[in-house]
Ligand binder design. Structure first.
Ligand code: SMO
Length: 763
C-alpha cells in the first residue's frame, strides 16, 4: 500500500469558488432569455379529475405554453416514469402502476404535478396557473402506514405494492423454537424530508436537433437514456449536464417529472426554459426518506449468542413507484441485515404500502441506515433484557473470521470489529460515564449513553469511467464519471491524479457531469465515488505509464521495458533524460503523436467494501422541559485507506448531523386528508448548528481487499451510525423511569409526556 501512502488532508480547491459566490448552480447559469416554468400541483391528496381546462391560462399575459399530460401524449411522449419493480415472496411481480409525468385522470398526493405553465416571468406563470380550471371529485385519502383504505391504484389491492422476503424462514423459525431467550422490539423509523440546501431545478434548450437539459442531479447517464426514450430521440440527440450541486443525499439521484416537462417545453417553443423549486414545493415534491415500521426479533442460546434474527417491515412508498422506492427497504436493507454479527439463520419480510403522500425513496444510505437502526435498537434492548453491557453483547456476537458470508449473501472481506470497538470505548471515555451521569443528575437532568456498531455495504455501479487529456497549455484535464454534490470531488480526484502522475495539482483541470464530454459514468450515490473513481483513475494511469514508456524507449534509444516511472519522472538506465509526465506529453505532441494525448479507461471493482465503525452518543434530557441534547459524540470508523482524512471526517460530521436531525427533531406530519402540515421551516425542524456537539473522530483502518487502494467508502456512514447511537442513548436515559420503548424523533413534547407517564399518542 506504499503507493497510496500519500494520503493527506489537502484542502478543497473548490471552496474559494463556493465561498465567494462563484458556484455555478443550475439557477445561476440558465441561458439569458430563458422562459420561466412553474408547476400547477395537486391541492388534494386523492381525487378523480373531472375538469382540467387550461384554455384561459394559455391566453394570459406573457404565457408561451401550458402543458398537460394530454399535450405530452399528443406529442408522442412516453409519460410513464421509470421505477424498479420487485418480485414478491410468492413469485409474482410487485404492483407497478403507471406514474405519469403529469397527473392523468387522478390526483394521488398533494403536490403531484398537474400542468406546466411557461411564461416570460415567474409571476406571469404563477398568475396564469391560477386561471387553470382544475375540478375533481375528492376521494378519501389513505395516509396511514398500513394496508387497506381507499384503493389508490387498481393494480395494488389493499394498497399493497409488494410482499417481499429473503433468507431462510424455516431455519430461522427452528432457531427461535430452540432458543434459550428471545427478544423482540417494534421500531419506527420516522419519515424525513431531505431539504438539500439547494432545491431541485433545471433548464432545457433545444437547437432544432438536440436537447440539452441541465439539472442538479447525482449523475447524467440515467437521465440521458430516460429522456431520449420519453421524447423519442436518439441518445445522440440528448445532452445532459449536472453543474455544481448543493447537496443530493439520494433525493436528487432520481429523475423527476419536472425535468421531462421542461425539456418538452423547450422543444415545443424552441426557446430555453428554466424551473427552480421553491422550498415548500420541494417539501411536497422531493422524494422523502425512511418511513417504515419494523418488528425485529432475536433468538439467543444460553451463552448469549445470537442463533436467529427475523424482521417484518411495513414501509411507505408514497403515491407511486419512484426510481428506487421498491428496492430500498428490501434489497438494499438486506445487504446489512445482520450487521457485524455472526448470525447463522436470518430472514426478512417487507410489505410496501402505497399512500396518498409524496414518494419515499433514497436518502443518505438508502436502506442500510434503516437496517442498522433496527438491528442496533434490538441489540440494545437485548443487552438490557439479558443483563449484559451493550458492548459486551456485541463483542460476544461479532463476526471474527473473514471472509464471512452473511445469511443474505454478502461476503465481508475483512474487518476487525473488536479493535474498532475498543478504540471507541477508550475515545468515548465510557469508563467515566457513571461520573458524568451523576453530574447531570445533580443538575436535574437524565443522562444516557448509546452505542451503535454499524456496517455498510457500498453500492451503486461498481464500474466507473475516466478520461485524462493533456492540454495545449501544458497541463492535463481529468474527466470523471462520478458527480460531486458538494463532497469535494474536484479536489480529491485531481489530487489523486497528481499523486499518481506527478502532474502538479494546479495544472490539472476537472470536468464532471457532461454527457457530451464523458463516455459513461455512475454518478454519486451509495458511498461509491472515491473507491470507483480512484480505481479507474489508477487503471488509466497505468495505461498512460505504459504508453509513454514505449514512446520514450524509442526517444531514449533504450530497450522497451527499460523505462521506469517513479510517480514523478520517467527514467531509464543509459539515458540522461528524466522527463516528467507533462514533459513526455509535450514531446509526444511535438512528434504529432495525438494518440498519446488522450487516455480513457473504464474499470470495475470486483467486490464491494464494508465500512464499519462504532458511534457512542451521550444525551442529556432536561426533566423539566423534555429537551434532549446530544452532549458528547464519538466515532471510530474503519474506512480502510483514506486519501483525504479531512474530507472523510467532514463527511462523517455531515452524516452524523443528518442522523441527529432525524433522531431529535425532524418530524413530517400529514393530516388525515393527506395535507402536509410540516411544509415550511417554521413547522419542520432541521438540526441547527447548536444541536450538533463536538464530534470526536478517529479511524481504525483495516484496508479492503476488494479494490487496489484498500478503500471502503465513507459518504453515508455517519448517518448509518448516528440514528441508533442517539436513540439508544435516549433509551438509556429513560430506562430507569420504566420507559421501555421510545421512537424518534425525540422532541421535547414526546419526551416530556413520556416522563409524565403519559402515552405517546397524547402528542
Ligand atoms: S441515498 Mo444515496 O445517493 O445511495
Amino acid at each position: 500500500m506504499e503507493k497510496f501512502g500519500k494520503s493527506q488532508s489537502f484542502k478543497r480547491s473548490e471552496d474559494v469558488r463556493f465561498l465567494t459566490g462563484h458556484g455555478r448552480y443550475v439557477d445561476d447559469i440558465a441561458p439569458d432569455g430563458a422562459l420561466h416554468a412553474i408547476l400547477l400541483r395537486s391541492p388534494v391528496a386523492h381525487a378523480t379529475i373531472t375538469t382540467l381546462d387550461v384554455s384561459e391560462a394559455r391566453e394570459a399575459p406573457g404565457v408561451h405554453l401550458v402543458l398537460t399530460v394530454d399535450d405530452l401524449l399528443a406529442a408522442g411522449m412516453d409519460v410513464r416514469m421509470d421505477g424498479a419493480v420487485l418480485t414478491n415472496r410468492d413469485g409474482s411481480k410487485a404492483a407497478d402502476p403507471e406514474r405519469p409525468m403529469l397527473a392523468r385522470g387522478k390526483l394521488r398526493h398533494v403536490g403531484e404535478p398537474v400542468a406546466l405553465v411557461v411564461a416570460e416571468t415567474i409571476d406571469q406563470a404563477r398568475d396564469a396557473a391560477e386561471l387553470i380550471e382544475l375540478d375533481y371529485d375528492e376521494l378519501p385519502a389513505h395516509v396511514e402506514l398500513a394496508p387497506g383504505g381507499e384503493t389508490i391504484h387498481p393494480e395494488a389491492p389493499d394498497n399493497r405494492a409488494f410482499d417481499w422476503g429473503m433468507g431462510d424462514e424455516a431455519a430461522t423459525a427452528a432457531a427461535f423454537e430452540a432458543a434459550a431467550r428471545t427478544v423482540r422490539l417494534e421500531v419506527g423509523d420516522n419519515r424525513v424530508i431531505v431539504n438539500a440546501m439547494e432545491g431541485r431545478g433545471c433548464y432545457a434548450e433545444w437547437d432544432g436537433a438536440r436537447i440539452h437539459v441541465a439539472f442538479n442531479g447525482q449523475g447524467v447517464w440515467d437521465m440521458k437514456s430516460e429522456l431520449a426514450h420519453a421524447m423519442g430521440l436518439d441518445e445522440g440527440a440528448v445532452r445532459i449536464t449536472n453543474p455544481d450541486v448543493g447537496g443530493g443525499f439520494g433525493m436528487k439521484a432520481a429523475s423527476y417529472p419536472e425535468y421531462f416537462c421542461v425539456a418538452q417545453a423547450a422543444r415545443v417553443l424552441g426557446r430555453p426554459v428554466r424551473w427552480m423549486s421553491e422550498r415548500t414545493e420541494g417539501m411536497l415534491s422531493d422524494h422523502a426518506g425512511r418511513d417504515l415500521v419494523t418488528m425485529a426479533e432475536l433468538a439467543f442460546d444460553a451463552d448469549n449468542r445470537i442463533t436467529g434474527y427475523r424482521i417484518h417491515t411495513i414501509c411507505n412508498l408514497g403515491a407511486y413507484n419512484s426510481g428506487f422506492g421498491q428496492p430500498i427497504q428490501t434489497q438494499l436493507f438486506s445487504k446489512v441485515l445482520t450487521g457485524t454479527y455472526d448470525i447463522p439463520a436470518a430472514c426478512m419480510r417487507v410489505e410496501g404500502i402505497y399512500t396518498n403522500t409524496t414518494q419515499v425513496d433514497a436518502y443518505r444510505g438508502a436502506g442500510r441506515p434503516e437496517a442498522i437502526y433496527v438491528l442496533e435498537r434490538v441489540m440494545d434492548r437485548a443487552a438490557r433484557e439479558l443483563g449484559l453491557d451493550p458492548s459486551e453483547l456485541r463483542r460476544i456476537n461479532f463476526i471474527k473470521d473473514f471472509p464471512y458470508t452473511t445469511p443474505t449473501g454478502e461476503t465481508y472481506d475483512v474487518g476487525d470489529f473488536p479493535r474498532v470497538l475498543d478504540h471507541a470505548i477508550a475515545d468515548a471515555d465510557v469508563a467515566g460515564f457513571a461520573a458524568r451521569r451523576a453530574e447531570s443528575e445533580a443538575q436535574g437532568k437524565l443522562r444516557g449513553l448509546g452505542l451503535c456498531f454499524y456496517i455498510e455495504s457500498i453500492l451503486g455501479d461498481p464500474a466507473e469511467d475516466v478520461k485524462v487529456a493533456f492540454t495545449e497549455d501544458g497541463g492535463a484535464t481529468i474527466y470523471v464519471g462520478t458527480q460531486s454534490n458538494g463532497q469535494g470531488h474536484e479536489t480529491v480526484f485531481a489530487k489523486f491524479l497528481s499523486d499518481q502522475t506527478g502532474i502538479p495539482f494546479e495544472k490539472i483541470g476537472f470536468v464532471q457531469g457532461d454527457s457530451d464530454l464523458i463516455a459513461r459514468g455512475g454518478g454519486t450515490g451509495g458511498s461509491r465515488s472515491v473507491t470507483t473513481q480512484a480505481n479507474v483513475t489508477l487503471a488509466c494511469v497505468n495505461q498512460m505509464v505504459e504508453g509513454f514508456s514505449t514512446f520514450l524507449a524509442e526517444e531514449m534509444s533504450v530497450d522497451a521495458g527499460a523505462v521506469a516511472f517513479d510517480d514523478e519522472r520517467f527514467r531509464a538506465e543509459g539515458s540522461n533524460l528524466t522527463p516528467t509526465m507533462l514533459e513526455v506529453a509535450d514531446m509526444a505532441r511535438a512528434k504529432g503523436r495525438e494518440d498519446l494525448l488522450t487516455w480513457a479507461a473504464r474499470d470495475r471493482i470486483e467486490a464491494r467494501s464494508y465500512p464499519n465503525g462504532a458511534h457512542f452518543a451521550e444525551v442529556e434530557i432536561d426533566r423539566e422541559t423534555g429537551v434532549a441534547e446530544v452532549v458528547k459524540y464519538t466515532v471510530v470508523d474503519d474506512f480502510g485507506n483514506l486519501i483525504n482524512p479531512m474530507l472523510a471526517e467532514g463527511q462523517v460530521h455531515g452524516g452524523v448531523a443528518q442522523g441527529l436531525g432525524q433522531a431529535l427533531c425532524e418530524r413530517v406530519v400529514f393530516d388525515e386528508d393527506g395535507q402536509l402540515l410540516s411544509a415550511t421551516f417554521m413547522d419542520y425542524a432541521m438540526p441547527r448548528a447548536d444541536d450538533v456537539p463536538f464530534i470526536r473522530f478517529d479511524v481504525e483502518p483495516v484496508p479492503s481487499t476488494g479494490n487496489p487502494m484498500g478503500m471502503k467508502g465513507c459518504g453515508e456512514a455517519g448517518t448509518v451510525g448516528a440514528l441508533a447511537a442517539v436513540s439508544n442513548a435516549v433509551q438509556d436515559a429513560l430506562w430507569p423511569l420504566g420507559v421501555k420503548q421510545v421512537d424518534m424523533p425525540f422532541t421535547p413534547m414526546r419526551l416530556w409526556n413520556l416522563m409524565q407517564g403519559a402515552p405517546m399518542a397524547a402528542e
